[in-house]
Design a protein around this ligand. Structure first.
Ligand code: ADP
Ligand code: MG
Length: 371
């Protein structure tokens, strides 16, 4: 089922005397989630991700805007009637019920024409448990399960009603690193198998990039950018998105454009046709540097980190906004360990210019070449 958010807004009244003004948890958020896709909702803590999910499942009412499930306007529809499955960060399983009872619970509350017989319920519960591979654990209580197993029970419980929309709110944050990797692959598999339109909330860009068909990046309740993960990574709309995506993160320099040339620390590093003279933020992805003895960007060498096939050169430059800048280059072109300085050329498609005040990306009209 296709999901449409139209100008979705949620304003909470300010609490306490110190804070003045209301909190815009979600601020005129518009987007479409195509049928059957996995969409990652991404952004720092407090940016409005959970509130957006609560609006989608009906636990919160929007201050403004609409939500459509397919053609149907569900903005004022009660949560029970929306056909949404939700998995919370803390799983929220019933500790005194067995796994089987936990999964069956949502089915027992179905009313009217949706009511199921005991046999039908058992069948559904077994099918769903098989889907998430917990059929051996059905008679245990949540306290007798690992974090990963509890997470699967929570997912099974959300899936058992065959929801039209599945919402996952930071479902992996309580798992250790290895289990996170494994579980995110499983979520992707289950989502593909069932074809249920899904919103997956995370503050971890790596997680979102690796399993989602589409991502939406939020900041302060506002949608900053949406698109396919690779598209957003390759064409960030603003400095915030550029910095939020990518590990190691993008390197940011203060620069100037003069006569269609980009200068960093007064040195011309790239031609930028069509860009007016101005001060800019320059974002350079770690993979955008090439070691070259005649490269235009000279940096102080700090150290080299071995990453296997590639190496990471850590260096400093006066115009860099962070203490150090990090480049990733192939091991064959490694500079000498004891070198004092290192010179880089830049890969034009890995360099982005952002407006000094608005931080919006500045389009470069023609082909960018080394200066
Ligand atoms: P996220 O899930 O991205 O961390 P939330 O959606 O939980 O963010 O919160 C977004 C903003 O709304 C935060 O500033 C938060 O403090 C505020 N907020 C969330 N729920 C409430 C509430 N019930 N009352 C008041 N403010 C709230
Ligand atoms: Mg949250």
């Amino acid at each position: 089922m296709k999901i449409i958010l139209q100008n979705l807004t949620k304003e909470f009244p300010a609490r306490g005397k110190k804070t003045s003004g209301n909190v815009m948890a979600v601020d005129h958020f518009s987007c479409q989630i195509p049928d059957g896709e996995l969409m990652g909702l991404l952004g720092p803590s407090g940016c409005g991700k959970s509130t957006t999910l609560n609006l989608l499942c009906g636990l919160e009412q929007p201050t403004e805007g609409k939500i459509f499930f397919g053609e149907e306007d569900v903005t004022t529809l009660s949560p029970e009637l929306r056909g949404v499955g939700m998995v919370f960060q803390n799983y929220a399983l019933y500790p005194h019920l067995t796994v089987r009872q936990n999964i069956r619970f949502p089915l027992e509350n179905l009313k009217g024409k949706d009511r199921l017989s005991k046999e039908e319920m058992e069948k559904r519960v077994t099918e769903t448990a098989r889907l998430v591979q917990i059929q051996e654990l059905m008679d245990r209580k949540p306290g007798e399960l690992s974090g990963g197993q509890q997470q699967r029970v929570a997912i099974a419980r959300a899936l058992v009603k065959f929801p039209k929309l599945l919402l996952l709110d930071e479902p992996l944050s309580n798992l250790d690193a290895r289990l996170r990797l494994q579980t995110r692959e499983e979520i992707r598999k289950i989502q593909k198998k069932t074809g249920i339109t899904t919103v997956f909330v995370t503050h971890d860009q790596d997680e979102a990039m690796s399993i989602c068909d589409r991502i939406a990046v939020m900041k302060n309740g506002i949608l900053m950018q949406q698109g396919k993960p690779q598209e957003v990574y390759d064409h960030p709309a603003n400095l915030f998105v550029a910095k939020f995506l990518g590990t190691p993160p993008i390197n940011v320099f203060s620069g100037t454009v003069s006569k269609e040339r980009l200068l960093i620390g007064g040195q011309p590093v790239l031609s930028v046709p069509g860009v007016a003279d101005q001060n800019v933020w320059v974002g350079i992805r770690p993979e955008g540097f090439l070691i070259r003895p005649d490269g235009p960007l000279e940096c102080e060498m700090n150290r080299i980190e071995v990453m296997g096939r590639d190496i990471s050169v850590i260096s400093t430059h006066a115009a860099c906004t962070e203490g150090t800048l990090r480049s990733i280059i192939s091991a064959e072109t490694a500079p000498k360990e004891d070198a004092k300085t290192v010179r880089f050329a830049l890969k034009p498609e890995k360099v982005f210019l952002f407006h000094a005040e608005t931080e919006a990306v500045i389009p470069v009209s023609g082909e960018r070449k080394e200066s």
